[in-house]
Design a protein around this ligand. Structure first.
Ligand SMILES: *Cc1c(COP(=O)(O)O)cnc(C)c1O
Length: 238
């Protein structure tokens, strides 16, 4: 699969980044919230534009697409400066297949979707000491990835025992129902706090205010920065 989506031009991306930051700041009450710019289906230039607009964290969902895109990004930045620019933090936010961990390990900075023992063990083996989040399905929707809330403590413990740096919990909110989304985000925040975890990755383009109000430390935002996604081969949010 090749990223073929049309992203807006660099100055439009910069405007969108500023607008999303303003939305975050309006509800963050001075807290520091990391904006993870989700570039799936868009070309490497979208990553470069987001970085130029001040984003330090990039989110990607698909293994092949990500690996190809990082190579493109290195070429792109080398073409203008002679050597590849330092890469932004790459957060893997898609469903993690165990057999993709090996190819992902050289490019992923933060593994946000660890939701079962086999994935944790494989990441610990291929990317020793890596930064990670445990993904929790707080809404009990069967089609969604994520462990059950009552499994989170054991998975966090397993990750820590395996030498990973577990920074927090991650969830995908209930779509289209702000009240249900809020309840889920609140559950994730209290679960993270009870496990001594600072990080809470929750909230996307449509529900980021609710997530930040409920204590998100990371929001993952795609369409509000880059526009609608035309090609999404894997289907969103699995
Ligand atoms: C695609 C995706 C996002 C971004 O969604 P938008 O609605 O475009 O902001 C966030 N999180 C995950 C896990 C995703 O797959």
């Amino acid at each position: 699969m090749s990223p073929e989506g049309q992203a807006p031009d660099a100055s439009t991306v910069a405007h969108h980044v500023a607008a999303v930051r303003a939305r975050i700041d309006a509800v963050a009450a001075g807290r520091d919230v990391t904006l993870v710019a989700v570039t799936k289906t868009f070309p490497a230039s979208a990553i470069a534009d987001a970085v130029a607009a001040g984003c330090r964290a990039i989110g990607e969902n698909y293994a092949q697409e990500l690996v190809a895109k990082v190579a493109d990004l290195d070429r792109l930045t080398a073409a203008s400066t002679g050597s590849p620019a330092p890469r932004p933090e790459i957060h893997f936010i898609g469903h993690l297949q165990t057999n993709k961990v090996r190819m992902l390990a050289p490019v992923v900075t933060v593994w946000q979707t660890l939701d079962r023992e086999s994935a944790i063990d494989e990441v610990a083996r291929r990317a020793p000491g890596a930064r990670a989040f445990v993904q929790v399905n707080v809404s009990d929707e069967p089609q969604k990835s994520g462990c059950r809330p009552e499994e989170a403590a054991a998975l966090v413990g397993r990750g820590r025992d395996a030498g990973l740096v577990i920074e927090g919990l991650m969830t995908i909110g209930v779509m289209g129902d702000p009240d249900a989304a809020r309840i889920g985000f609140r559950l994730l925040r209290s679960l993270a706090t009870s496990l001594d975890l600072h990080g809470c990755s929750m909230g996307m383009s449509d529900d980021l205010e609710i997530a930040v109000e409920e204590g998100a430390t990371h929001v993952r935002v795609g369409s509000a920065l880059f526009g609608p996604r035309v090609h999404d081969p894997g289907g969103d949010l699995r």
